[in-house]
Design a binder for this molecule. Structure first.
Ligand code: PLP
Length: 457
């Protein structure tokens, strides 16, 4: 039975609005949580209740929910030019400025920037570019993509195929053929009994190589990974993982694609997640933090060999047959440029490191007083706290996801927005969070945990 009043906004939402990543029947009973206003790291619902948004929305609003400079940048950009595109040699001026800025920040030498509007489009664009790269070199059989279990790369068909999460495949008959998944480098659950981290890493690299050899190295175009898996559970790979994996990939001529959609722009305590984990990609996709999600804009940075392959592929005067209407939109570009200026002015990397250490120390101290915290993991300002029935054996709660959902509800009661990933609680607050904000987050987290833990006893 629904408890939603007739003719209310909630009822209209249930009737007229299909939600992403939401159970339809449960939504029809519960109705929406309607957010109406933001102030720094906080948001307010339609009843006026205030929440600390410890997920930065969807791992994205790095500058919080009310940055006036971004609003002004948007207004000024709209005053100048409401729209222009990047097809057929044309471009808004501000889009050139953003491309130059991204290339200056790029760890890939002599990069170029390509713009799109979502993370999914950016990851899919990298796949097309990888196909071009190999085709231009005469290796037209190289079409397969290796992704990883528990990876997340978006919701369009190829991006979803690259996800390593069953919920992204189940309803749709995905992944598409040719999209493979190798093991997730989860240091908490991955190692076999008695296996130390170097041997775990060696096993992951060997499993990847075995897959490549079985499929045929000349059929594989690229490997894609988030430096630190976000939606898959905030998995920080063990020391040496990416160097070991990349050695295998390079040996077989396979391109390395970094999905920096969450990890980019300071989130992990370096400008790029790749730098945090020792990954050296040929291309990287970015979105979310590029504009603090104040505009749907994403980008791919591509290295010189890919650029040359694209020129070679079209050497007889054909065009690069790819592009989105809103690629390089002038308003998105202006907002992204202003976002990058703010990151520079706030010296985002040291700030994230300092706040991240404060958050980590606080979470560890909470974990030390709890009987149900099995693992506190993360980097920069991106963490997961895994709740388990028995920290000694790492045995989880049954059924998986129940206590995570309970924690989510209790956190909401306490004015804290987190994201349960099964029974791991994700925290990814806006990067502007200060010491007071971290302490408030910890206090609300602790309160929620104590309640849930008492019930679980
Ligand atoms: N890649 C990663 C790592 C993500 O977390 C996401 C979204 O959460 C995407 C890609 C897809 O981005 P979008 O939802 O903008 O298409």
């Amino acid at each position: 039975m629904s408890i939603i009043p007739p003719n209310s906004a909630d009822r209209r939402d249930v009737l007229f609005h299909l939600h992403s990543q939401t159970n339809p029947r449960l939504h029809a009973r519960r109705g929406p949580l309607v957010m109406t206003r933001g102030e720094g790291i906080h948001v307010f619902d339609s009843q006026g209740k205030r929440y600390l948004e410890a997920m930065a929305g969807l791992w994205c609003t790095s500058l919080g929910f009310s940055e006036a400079r971004l609003k002004r940048a948007a207004a000024e950009a709209y005053d100048r030019l409401g729209f222009y595109h990047t097809f057929s040699h044309k471009t808004p001026a501000v889009t050139i400025d953003l491309a130059e800025k991204l290339v200056a920040l790029s760890p890939i030498p002599e990069a170029q920037a390509y713009f799109a509007t979502s993370g999914s489009e950016a990851t899919e664009t990298m796949v097309k570019m990888a196909w071009i790269y190999h085709a231009a070199r005469g290796e037209t059989r190289r079409r397969k993509i290796i992704a990883r279990d528990r990876g997340f790369h978006g919701s369009t068909i190829v991006a979803a195929s690259m996800c390593g999460l069953p919920r992204m495949h189940r309803e749709f008959g995905l992944p598409l053929p040719g999209f493979l998944h190798t093991l997730c480098p989860d240091p908490y659950r991955g190692p076999l009994p008695g296996e130390d981290m170097p041997r775990f890493v060696a096993r992951l690299a060997a499993a990847l190589e075995a897959m490549i050899l079985e499929e045929g190295p000349d059929t594989i175009a690229a490997f894609i990974a988030e430096p630190i898996n976000a939606a898959g559970g905030v998995i920080v790979p063990p020391e040496g993982y990416f160097p070991a994996i990349e050695a295998v990939l390079r040996r077989h001529g396979i391109l390395v694609l970094a999905d920096e959609v969450v990890c980019g722009f300071g989130r992990t305590g370096n400008m790029w997640g790749s730098q945090t984990v020792g990954m050296t990609p040929d291309m990287m996709a970015m979105a979310k933090g590029i504009s603090s999600s104040y505009f749907p804009i994403s980008a791919v940075l591509l290295g010189r060999p890919i650029q040359e392959a694209m020129a070679e592929m079209n050497k007889d005067g054909e065009i690069f047959g790819h592009g989105f209407t809103n690629s390089g939109h002038p308003v998105g570009a202006a907002i992204a440029l202003e976002t990058l200026r703010i990151y520079e002015e706030m010296d985002v990397v040291p700030h994230v490191r300092a706040m991240g250490e404060r958050l980590r120390a606080g979470l560890r101290s909470i974990a030390g007083r709890s009987r149900i915290v099995g693992d506190v993991r993360g980097a920069g300002l991106m963490f997961a706290v895994e709740l388990v029935a028995d920290p000694a054996t790492r045995a989880g709660f049954e059924p998986v996801g129940r206590i995570g959902a309970r924690f989510d509800a209790e956190a909401l009661n306490n004015g804290l927005i987190i994201r349960p990933m099964g029974d791991a609680i994700a925290l990814c607050p806006p990067l502007i969070i200060d010491a007071g904000g971290v302490d408030e987050l910890l206090e609300r987290f602790d309160l929620s945990l104590r309640k849930v833990e008492a019930e679980a006893a």
